[in-house]
Design a binder for this molecule. Sequence first.
Ligand code: UDP
Length: 159
Amino acid sequence: YISNTSVKGGIRERTLIAVKPDGVQRRLVGQIIQRFEMRGFQLVGLKMLQVSEELLLQHYTSLCKKPFYPSLLQYMTSGPVVAMVWEGHNVVRSSRMLVGDTNPAEAPPGTIRGDFSIHISRNVIHASDSVEGAQKEIALWFQSSELIEWECCDHGNLY
Ligand code: UDP
């Protein structure tokens, strides 16, 4: 048993999750949200948006020189994205495990990419890969007024 106070910082960890245009087109938004809810994570921000070239460049700065960047840009701006912020103990690392490997061929069944995708260029979902990365991405994608702090009534059963 871990008391609420000893994980106080930990349960406030946050990550950016985005259902990419293929996931929205394929009506996977509900199932993806369900997996994060089932695990016990808490939704603190949610919106649909059309990603701009500028946002994508800031989001994927480290990839902008890669040969696949032009097709990544085309893919990510091809339709609306559903962006979310999820909160909870170890949420960054656990989300990467829920999502699975970048290349769906390496993502085990049971993971979101392993269950719903085949090719690396259409891998359905984004999840931040570090706590620091998550903080930057959340600040990039969301205004602080769009993030809701709330107490979930069953915290005592999870922590
Ligand atoms: N990507 C791609 N081809 C590649 C590598 C990456 O199309 O060879 C895309 C893919 O959509 C991936 C995104 O670029 O999810 C970001 O790549 P990253 O290595 O950051 O993987 P992620 O953090 O999304 O697992």
